[in-house]
Design a protein around this ligand. Structure first.
Ligand code: FES
Ligand SMILES: [Fe+2]
Length: 384
């Protein structure tokens, strides 16, 4: 018998049209059963961003990332191809590396099994040779486990589901929507990492509504210049909203070539379900990776990229230095001030969901997409 938390009746009020709907119950942000089902039906089925191709420009360059408890190595191999391997040693499971850098091979820190960049086991050192006489042991059977990966716009995605559709198909109309930005020509420059005491959706929902900005980010907000967000109609696993201005002023960096007049002025917040957020302007792109560590803990990577032509300018380092990143991290810290507060309400057991404002369109879309996966598709809509 299914846990009562998965009963569709509990989510009817969230599934109504936005102007009639209520937020999800608090248990969806706390319950281990709900969280496990999210991992199973979203994080183990959808394409997840692990980073950018230009983070590993040369053969042997690699970085590590852990997503839903799976430690992985992302590497540029001997054939100049990007590969993602499970970081678990095929001997007795030690995590082979959790760092980034350039190497010729990966050596397990436990008994020194050594793997090539493409994940083949190349040596099992020891004296006398430890695997001489071990029945049926073959090096070729003990390479690092491969994780399926594909690249779009310079973003490296992985998928734990061998049956998932190819990335480009899964993305729907997003690649066309962003074609003019030539995202593959962006240069990754910086990453901040945060660990926050909240459910991944608490942060995500906060990131996709502007309603809190005049309160939480009041020092950055100009009431004379409201942002007036607009919502995009999308096909596929993504949502987007746009505004003519950022609350943190534009940098004065050059506008990318090839954008139309609208794109030159606009700031987009894009959610690619479940775990990637792109913040795109005409002069830079930030992206956030949502890495849940449990129902009530989130690791957040906040990444910066700029067009390669911008990074090549002699004055780039003067404009984009520690003070530049610090200015933007103030906004993140303001959100860190409120999101764990929300998490406590979700955990209290006495939160009664209120109503969404019409500014919370994407918050509602996030909730309905999660419910569709975790509880199952909406029967009423399916019949309509
Ligand atoms: S666990 Fe890696 S060599 Fe033993
Ligand atoms: Fe915020």
């Amino acid at each position: 018998m299914d846990d009562p938390i998965f009963s569709p009746a509990l989510y009817e009020s969230t599934r109504r049209p936005l102007h009639e709907a209520s937020p999800m119950p608090g248990a969806c942000y706390v319950s281990p059963q709900w969280y496990e089902r999210e991992m199973e039906t979203m994080f183990r089925k959808d394409w997840l961003c692990v980073g950018r191709a230009e983070q590993i420009p040369a053969v042997g360059d690699h970085f590590s990332i852990e997503i839903i408890g799976q430690p992985m190595i992302v590497v540029r191999d001997e054939n100049n191809e990007i590969k993602v391997h499970s970081a678990l040693c095929r001997h007795r499971g030690a995590i082979i590396t959790e760092s980034a850098g350039r190497t010729r091979a990966f050596v397990c820190p436990y008994h020194s099994w050594t793997y090539s960049l493409s994940g083949k086991l190349v040596s099992t050192p020891g004296t006398p040779p430890p695997f001489a006489g071990v029945a049926g042991f073959k090096m070729a059977d003990h390479g690092l486990n491969a994780i399926r990966s594909e690249i779009w716009g310079g973003f490296i995605f992985i998928n734990f589901d061998q049956n998932a559709v190819p990335l480009i198909e899964w993305l729907g109309d997003l690649p066309d929507f962003l074609a003019a930005y030539n995202l593959q020509d962006m240069q990754w420059t910086h990453r901040d990492m945060y660990e926050i005491d909240c459910n991944w959706k608490v942060w995500l929902e906060n990131a996709f509504e502007n309603y809190h900005v005049p309160t939480i980010h009041r020092d950055h907000y100009d009431p004379a210049n409201p942002q007036n967000w607009m919502f995009e109609k999308t096909q596929g696993p993504w949502e987007a909203m746009s505004s003519k201005r950022s609350i943190v002023a534009y940098s004065g960096l050059p506008v990318m070539p090839g954008l139309d007049e609208q794109q030159e002025k606009k700031l987009f917040h894009i959610w690619i379900q479940p775990s990637l957020q792109i913040i795109l302007t005409s002069s830079y792109m930030k992206f956030r990776q949502y890495l849940p560590l449990g129902p009530e803990k989130l690791r957040l990577y906040e990444n910066w990229t700029f067009p390669k032509t911008t990074v090549a300018r002699p004055d780039f380092g003067d404009i984009v230095g520690p003070a530049y990143y610090e200015k933007y991290s103030q906004v993140v810290r303001e959100d860190i001030g409120i999101n764990p507060n929300i998490q406590r309400a979700m955990r209290s057991g006495s939160y009664t969901p209120g109503r969404y404002s019409l500014e919370e369109h994407i918050v509602h879309r996030i909730a309905t997409r999660v419910i569709d996966r975790v509880v199952g598709p909406d029967d009423k809509k399916a019949k309509a």
